[in-house]
Design a protein around this ligand. Structure first.
Ligand code: ATP
Ligand code: MG
Ligand code: MG
Ligand code: MG
Length: 467
């Protein structure tokens, strides 16, 4: 078959539709009715209430390609981006689901058939893990599928017990890894150097059996169910014979576009990869109604934008550039996600404004950091510096940490917290003063909005954001 990202997405849908699964479109990155969750971080999120038995659907098998963001909350991969070959802040998770219908046996058989028959991956490259005491899953893999015990591992850590968040549906899981071969550093699952990029986790089959309550206790779900998640970008890398996600079709073109804009030829630059990653997260977050702000989801978006802008600056860009990547992104993903194409102009404006705003202080902030680091003894950036950058120059802490990490430094977070607390005390004293003397009242800003109707007047949205 054709091995493009789009073809893999399509083949996945078709494979499961032929096996009785309803094709369900991707839901928003902002979870509906779930204040416990920052962003949709897995394909199962829109089905959470179905697993819990609170919501009925006219089908009991589903397949989806769900857009996900892991840049905050329980699953946070922001720090990995630019450093591993396989983590993104935004990615697509392909998944098949059974709501009280089939369980372990069919989940395993379907996954194996899709990988070895549809995608024609060689079985010798695939490794399988199960939760340590899950003899049932082990038996299916070893005795029925015939996986070589040399590439089969029982894992007792939380890696093989999947949870969406601190509460909600969860259960033991079985994961499938692909071995990219000895040229890539890293050890097999369960080994001390498993964090490398050689053995890449491609698919997680979760055997949903429990609901974790607020007190941490597990109670059985009404019906055992299946939730699986496969990273489309990782699968595309495997299918396309490349060992780095940023070398797949979709990312290669985004990285090329970024390289053209910033004027570099170094396609392997990690800054370019960070930028190519972040344009997807930022664009889709805006499409889903998140706007840059100083709190909650909006602050996560702001942090990602500022990080991307800083990497552009590092590569020597002087004019706002980030927003210009929206167009090539629409070219790559607008067909699969028409809402992206539809809101292109809005996304461009939001990103451009945020970049223009931050550029005013970015350079000054970096200069201050350089000065403060010149006489530094040891490898810790003082909390006062981190705070000054945050408070005066709008540097999110993770951005400062990103710069520091490039120089082998880390941040004095305790010192930062102390400076923050002192600042809060000062602000409190000042606000008493304001109240007493009739100064301007404080009012909370709007961090996000929902419903596409709002987009009808983009100018209004921008006005809202500008305040
Ligand atoms: P990893 O151990 O590699 O961080 P994970 O165990 O956190 O992955 P799961 O929560 O099991 O990932 O998600 C299911 C699948 O989604 C993974 O097997 C992988 O293919 C994909 N995936 C997870 N996180 C990312 C990410 N940050 N970027 C791209 N794909 C991802
Ligand atoms: Mg992870
Ligand atoms: Mg994992
Ligand atoms: Mg996993």
């Amino acid at each position: 078959m054709n091995k493009s990202s789009a073809a893999i997405r399509r083949a996945f849908h078709e494979f499961f539709a032929e096996r009785g699964h309803e094709i369900v479109p991707s839901a928003s990155l902002v979870p509906a009715n779930d204040p416990t969750l920052l962003f949709t971080n897995a394909g199962m999120v829109p089905f959470k209430d179905v697993f819990l038995g609170r919501e009925q659907r006219p089908y009991n098998r589903a397949v989806s390609a769900q857009r996900c963001v892991r840049a905050g909350g329980k699953h946070n991969d922001l720090e990995n981006v630019g450093y591993t070959a396989r983590h993104h802040t935004f990615f697509e998770m392909l998944g098949n689901f059974s709501f009280g219908d089939y369980f372990k046996r069919d989940a395993i058989r379907h996954a194996w058939a899709f990988l070895t028959e549809t995608l024609e991956l060689p079985a010798e490259r695939l490794w399988v893990t199960v939760y340590a005491d899950d003899d049932e899953a082990a038996g299916i893999w070893l005795d029925e599928i015939g996986v070589d015990p040399a590439r089969f591992v029982r894992i007792s850590s939380s890696d093989n017990f999947w949870s969406m968040g601190d509460t909600g549906p969860c259960g033991p899981c079985s994961e499938i890894f692909y071995d990219h071969g000895p040229e890539v550093p890293g050890g097999p699952p369960g080994s001390p150097d498993e964090d490398g990029d050689r053995y890449v986790e491609i698919w997680n089959l979760v055997f949903m059996q429990y609901d974790r309550g607020a007190n941490g206790a597990l109670s059985p779900l009404p019906k055992p169910s299946i939730d699986t998640g496969m990273g489309l970008e990782r699968m595309a890398a495997v299918a396309q014979g490349v060992t780095n996600n940023y070398d797949i079709d979709l990312f290669r073109r985004l990285v090329d576009a970024a390289a053209g804009l910033v004027g570099t030829d170094d396609r392997a630059s990690s800054s370019l990869r960070v930028i190519a990653d972040h344009i997807r997260a930022c664009s889709f977050l805006v499409v889903d109604g998140v706007l840059p702000s100083n709190e909650g989801r909006g602050y996560v978006l702001r942090r990602i934008i500022r990080r991307a802008v800083r990497h552009g600056y590092k590569l020597g860009v002087s004019d706002p550039f980030f927003w210009r990547l929206v167009e090539p992104l629409v070219g790559e993903m607008g067909e699969a996600y028409p809402e992206l194409a539809e809101h292109q102009a809005l996304v461009e404006r939001v990103l451009r404004l945020e970049e223009e705003r931050f550029r005013e202080t970015l350079e000054q902030g970096l200069r201050l950091l350089e000065t403060d680091l010149k006489d530094l003894e040891g490898d810790t950036v003082p909390g006062e510096t981190v705070f000054k950058l945050y408070d005066t120059f709008g540097f999110p802490v993770d951005l400062t940490a990103d710069v520091a990490r490039e120089q082998g430094l880390h941040l004095d977070m305790e010192g930062f917290e102390a400076a923050m607390t002192a600042q809060r005390e000062r602000a409190r004293a000042a606000s008493v003063f304001r109240a007493e003397y009739g100064g301007a009242a404080d009012f909370g800003g709007t961090t996000e909005f929902s419903g596409h109707a709002v987009y009808e007047d983009a100018a209004e949205v921008i006005g809202l954001y500008r305040d």
